[in-house]
Ligand binder design. Structure first.
Ligand code: SF4
Length: 390
């Protein structure tokens, strides 16, 4: 069934996963989903080992807080090691576990709801529903803890705690948004079931659409199919907050979290091992391609910062790398007209050419893969050189 005359598309959903890899110019590329961006230090060390031993020695961070390893000579061996590390809990649902969450949830004093239990429950219940194995790999869930930091990601289904209104797991209110449009209130206890009902409703009407926003009237269509009370007006403004990249953030428990900017979103195995060794149990990957090291004693920040900078990582929010992104470019992508990563890094180091303030995205062709949402200066390779537009 196709809603509203959506005209469809010819290409199949080819989003890569850990099992369904993408064959790029530099070899097989595997993407591993990391719901909520929560990665144990053991899992990060195993990713680093796999990138070095089986891939081309790079871990890429994605705009959905997932990870990619490129240049895999033996994708099956990689998948087996990811499964053993607990990063591949479902072979059938691996590409649909797309769940982003406020990275500092449960630790920051500014959030009003710890969404970590909701991430765990949503992931488990998603994987337990056979019908949802067929969701497009682009379909995205977001869980916002009231800081509004993941509201700007354009998720298909968002559950957002309301700023200034403390909630609990026994009946507090969240806002359900579909393709960014607030459609109803839900209790925290019902939130996971309602989110999955929305995904199932989308799956039943989507035709060959990949995103809710592609269906004319999609949010209303799906909201009308949800169980329970009729949708109600949502008395809340849900403007997105700008993500904060880099720096030291206080936690509610007196400890601190360090947000590490990863230049152009690529970690070497040595950098990943370093990050794993600096925090007690886990790191948090963010959708803006940084890595949060939580639960640090305030007195350790100086030495931690020194070791990060020495390893080529960045914590200064004023660094050019805080606003810089780039697609794969040459040599990894056959469509690329330039080695955009090298050129973007050169710009970050030299400030030349002069570019406007704000986010900057370098791309090797007009597709502009990995471009952040919102207002961005584009630096796009063309046969005649780079074109700058904003
Ligand atoms: S923007 Fe173009 S060159 Fe860059 S990764 Fe996408 S297809 Fe390749």
């Amino acid at each position: 069934m196709v809603i509203g005359g959506f005209s469809g598309r010819a290409a199949r959903d080819a989003c890569p996963g850990a099992l369904q890899v993408h064959v790029a110019a530099d070899g097989a590329l595997a993407r591993v989903r990391v719901p909520g961006g929560a990665l144990t230090t053991d899992a990060l060390r195993e990713l680093a080992a796999c990138a070095g031993e089986l891939g081309n020695g790079v871990i890429e961070l994605t705009s959905r807080a997932n990870v990619q390893v490129r240049g895999l000579a033996d994708p099956a061996a990689f998948a087996a090691r990811m499964a053993a590390a607990g990063l591949l809990p479902s072979a059938t649902h691996e590409r649909v576990r797309n769940i982003v969450a406020s990275p500092l949830s449960g630790r920051s004093a500014t959030g009003v709801l710890d969404v970590r239990p909701l991430v765990t429950a949503l992931d488990a219940d998603l994987c337990g529903r056979p019908a949802l194995a067929g969701l497009p790999g682009r379909f995205l869930f977001a869980l916002d803890d009231g800081t509004r930091d993941v509201l700007g990601l354009g998720a298909d289904v968002t559950l957002a705690a309301r700023p200034g209104r403390p909630v609990d797991h026994l009946g507090g209110d969240l806002t359900l948004l579909l393709a960014g449009e607030p459609v109803r209130s839900v209790t925290a206890g019902d939130a996971v079931a309602v989110a999955l009902a929305a995904a199932e409703a989308f799956q039943s009407v989507r035709g060959d659409a990949w995103r809710v926003a592609e269906l004319p009237g999609g949010p209303a269509t799906i909201a009308a199919r949800l169980p329970g009370a009729a949708p109600v007006a949502v008395p809340v403004t849900v403007a997105a907050a700008e993500p904060r990249k880099g720096g030291v953030f206080p936690q509610a428990d007196g400890r601190v979290a360090v947000d590490v900017i990863v230049p152009l979103g690529r970690l070497t195995p040595a950098q990943a091992d370093l990050l794993a060794g600096l925090t007690p149990a886990e790191v948090r990957l963010t959708p803006w391609r940084t890595v949060v090291l939580p639960d640090l004693a305030p007195g350790t920040v100086g030495p931690v910062a020194d070791s990060l900078v020495e390893a080529g990582l960045v914590i200064d929010p004023a660094s050019p790398y805080a606003r810089l992104s780039a697609c794969t470019g040459r040599p990894g992508c056959a469509k690329a007209l330039a080695d955009v990563r090298a050129d973007a890094a050169r710009w970050a180091e030299t400030g030349t050419p002069e570019l406007p303030d704000g986010p900057i995205h370098w791309a090797g062709c007009e597709r502009r893969c990995g471009r952040p949402r919102g207002r961005v200066t584009d630096v796009v390779a063309t046969p005649g050189g780079y074109r700058v537009s904003h």
